[in-house]
Design a protein around this ligand. Structure first.
Ligand SMILES: Cc1cc2nc3c(=O)[nH]c(=O)nc-3n(C[C@H](O)[C@H](O)[C@H](O)COP(=O)(O)OP(=O)(O)OC[C@H]3O[C@@H](n4cnc5c(N)ncnc54)[C@H](O)[C@@H]3O)c2cc1C
Ligand code: FES
Length: 277
């Protein structure tokens, strides 16, 4: 399941089919008629077909990386491509996400992907436990779709407006920093309780660097396998620029081709330079 699905060469247009708001987040649903079905944990480089860069010298210059949140094969593709409807989860944090959040049905995205290596299914009878924070819930949604809606998921958000995003997954246990929804505290407190009850799990996590580092440390302490979907600044997305390198116990890796999902055991720390927001 962690096989790399290879992207067709070059950038292609994908028509936006719908835009929905979920608290602090926007979900864009788009048609990728010439694309393959991505694996959970893979990502795409996205930009808008129009007004990407507000004018001469204005940002954003480069496409931005986004995890695929959902993928539904349409079977309408030609050749080896299956044709697929893709969903992306966006949080407006800067010029690129702001512009993407403005898109509406009928407008075009430009995308390259699917890129990178995603999650690997649990082996040896262990069950999967998903742990997400903020916009990091995106790759966990497609992973839960693949593993089954009954796969337990723990999600952390800063407040009630962001916690609305939990509705995009099935039966999530929620923690909020301000206590407005669910457990008052951080999601790793929920994880600790789960691991106390049953440590025969593989943990799959995506979220801000501090959360990922807490997950990594907790799992390392208890010898629990974990796969972490990391972030770093990405300029190309396919291995050419070396802008996304992260230090690991095995040396530097390019997160866009060797990740973004890494085995937690290869990391000294999940807090990598230039990652997250
Ligand atoms: C593999 C991968 C998957 C991702 N999936 C998603 C997703 O599903 N949804 C989503 O909303 N975002 C996702 N991101 C993050 C998104 O690509 C970045 O936040 C992107 O930089 C936003 O572009 P922008 O122009 O809006 O903001 P920028 O101007 O690039 O950043 C805005 C602010 O956020 C901070 N910041 C944001 N991202 C980074 C970073 N990577 N490194 C350093 N600082 C940063 C900066 O401090 C900056 O001030 C993903 C990133 C990666 C690498
Ligand atoms: S983003 Fe260019 S090498 Fe990874």
């Amino acid at each position: 399941m962690s096989e790399r699905t290879t992207a067709p060469f070059g950038r292609r247009a994908a028509r936006v089919l719908g835009r929905t708001e979920h608290g602090a987040y926007v979900v864009l649903r788009c048609s990728d008629p010439d694309g393959p079905v991505p694996s959970a944990g893979q990502f795409y480089m996205l930009s808008t077909a129009e007004r990407w860069g507000g004018g001469v010298g204005e940002r954003p210059f480069l496409p931005r990386a986004f995890s695929v949140m959902r993928a539904r094969p349409t079977g309408a593709g030609t050749g080896p491509a299956a044709g697929v409807v893709l969903e992306f989860l966006l949080e407006d944090v800067g010029p690129g996400t702001r512009r993407l959040c403005e898109l509406g049905a009928g407008e075009d995205l430009l995308l390259t992907g699917p890129l990178g290596i995603g999650f690997t299914a649990p082996e040896g009878g262990r069950r999967a436990l998903l742990v997400g924070g903020g916009v990091g819930i995106a790759p966990l949604a497609i992973w839960q779709d693949e593993l089954g809606a009954g796969t337990p998921v723990l999600l952390g958000f800063r407040d009630a407006e962001h916690a609305v995003g939990a509705g995009l997954l099935s039966a999530a246990a929620v923690a909020t920093d301000d206590g407005s929804v669910g457990h008052h505290g951080v999601v790793t407190e929920l994880l600790e309780a789960e691991l106390d009850a049953d440590a025969e799990v593989v943990v799959y996590a995506c979220g801000p660097p501090a959360m990922l580092e807490a997950v990594r440390a907790l799992c390392a302490e208890r010898s629990v396998d974990a796969q972490l979907a990391l972030e770093s600044g990405m300029a190309c997305g396919f291995g050419a620029c070396f802008g996304c390198v992260v230090p690991t116990r095995d040396g530097y890796l390019r997160l866009c081709v060797d990740g973004p999902v890494l085995d937690a055991a290869v990391l000294e720390t999940a807090i990598v330079a230039g990652a997250g927001h």
